[in-house]
Design a protein around this ligand. Structure first.
Ligand code: BGC
Length: 394
């Protein structure tokens, strides 16, 4: 009896709580900006207009923030993170991701700053793969190869957005339907990406997708971090750790050769924190191919669901970024192709190696490499991938 009473009380309490939450949403929805508040997790989300695409689609900006002072701007164009503030050792929050102030700058040929990448993060050799005896030809947008989903990948799509209250607080839920045949991929793919900023400066990203035909999927997030908060500096003094004892060597077109090569004794050993610049110009064939680091590391299996994958630490500011994931690989890219031709948010330019990317993913070219973990998705199954970026200071 007591249990029933307790359950009833709990129910009434929950209903009251939900009702308060709804009222708050409703009230705020009527105004220009939408606020979703979850007191328990101390985070909230605010919405504002961010312009229009050339074909007239409206783009919105959602600002995810918590009570510590972290703010993350996500736009519905490409699901792009345009701004992300993180604390330094004195508690100052500064923007630590490369990007632009205005929407127009994201059109055209930009190196995927902050974007959601799909259907396939990274390269597929010769823009081609076979499934069940059928060959599919993809857009070739990187020499002879296919990169990051093609000419119009998910980074250039306008996503639908809504906010949602979850156990972890207010989340931004982005959805996009990629038509059968888009950029050459088979199957209609329904994609959902959930961004949740927690009360302890952690951004959780959950990717899900379902298809109506067998296909391949490999989603990731392409933020370029510069933990100094000063985009005129390079990232060579950042100390990086990668939880990997092997990496995937590549050919001249940056396609993995299929080998899993031990990092030990090579410039690719980041098992202990190491300054990015220490061996980035080493006389090493693989380093030369990437013009620096531009490779996928094979993450060690961990006990946890979400295992430690990587960290980056900036000594002067004390900023520490940790990456956790359930993916088997991480592309560590040191912004080698940035060349100063793009104007930064503070009016300077993004020079060579002014940002580093830690892209959690399945291995590049998996659809053509039988020994790699599969990226195949069948109808009836749900693609699920989870990554968390956590900021703190040290
Ligand atoms: C790739 C680089 C590429 C960059 C921007 C990274 O994920 O590994 O080779 O230049 O994305 O496209």
């Amino acid at each position: 009896m007591k249990t029933i009473q307790a359950s009833l009380l709990y129910f009434v309490f929950l209903a009251a709580l939900l009702n308060i939450g709804c009222k708050e949403n409703k009230k705020e929805n009527q105004s220009e900006t939408e606020m979703v508040k979850t007191e328990s997790e101390k985070n909230h989300i605010e919405k504002s207009a961010f312009g229009e695409t050339p074909d007239g689609q409206k783009v919105e900006k959602y600002t995810l923030s918590n009570d510590n002072g972290m703010e993350i701007d996500v736009i519905t164009y490409g699901g792009i993170i345009t701004r992300w503030t993180a604390p330094d050792k004195n508690g100052n929050y500064e923007d630590v991701v490369l990007g632009f102030n205005d929407l127009e700058s994201y059109f055209g040929d930009v190196p995927y700053f902050g974007a959601l990448i799909g259907r396939y993060g990274n390269r597929i050799a010769n823009g081609q793969f076979s499934l069940d005896g059928e060959t599919y030809t993809l857009a070739k947008n990187n020499g002879p190869n296919h990169l990051h989903g093609g000419v119009k990948g998910f980074d250039k799509a306008v996503w639908n957005a809504k906010t949602e209250n979850t156990d972890d607080g207010a989340s931004l839920v982005l959805t996009y339907t990629s038509a059968d045949g888009e950029e050459g991929y088979p199957g209609k793919l329904d994609v959902k990406v959930t961004y949740t900023l927690t009360g302890d400066d952690q951004l959780d990203i959950h990717y899900e997708a379902v298809t109506d035909k067998p296909t391949v999927v490999n989603l990731t997030q392409h933020s370029y971090f510069n933990l100094s908060g000063d985009f005129s500096q390079d990232i060579l003094n950042h100390e990086v750790t990668l939880n990997a004892s092997a990496y995937l060597p590549v050919d001249a077109g940056l396609i993995p050769t299929g080998e899993l090569r031990p990092v030990e004794g090579t410039p690719f050993d980041f098992t202990e924190p190491k300054a990015v610049g220490k061996e980035i110009n080493a006389d090493n064939e693989q380093i030369k191919r990437g013009g620096g680091y531009d490779h996928c590391w094979v993450l060690k299996e961990t006990e946890e669901n979400l295992g430690f994958a990587a960290s980056a630490y900036h000594p002067r500011t004390g900023r520490l970024l940790e990456v956790y994931t359930d993916e088997p690989g991480i592309q560590f890219y040191t912004g080698n192709f940035l060349d100063g031709s793009l104007t930064s948010k503070n009016g300077g330019t993004y020079g060579k190696r002014s940002g580093l990317c830690l892209e959690t993913q399945h291995y590049p070219d998996s659809p053509n490499q039988e020994t790699f973990p599969t990226t195949r998705l069948n109808p009836g199954d749900t693609y699920s991938s989870h990554t968390s970026f956590k900021f703190s200071t040290k």
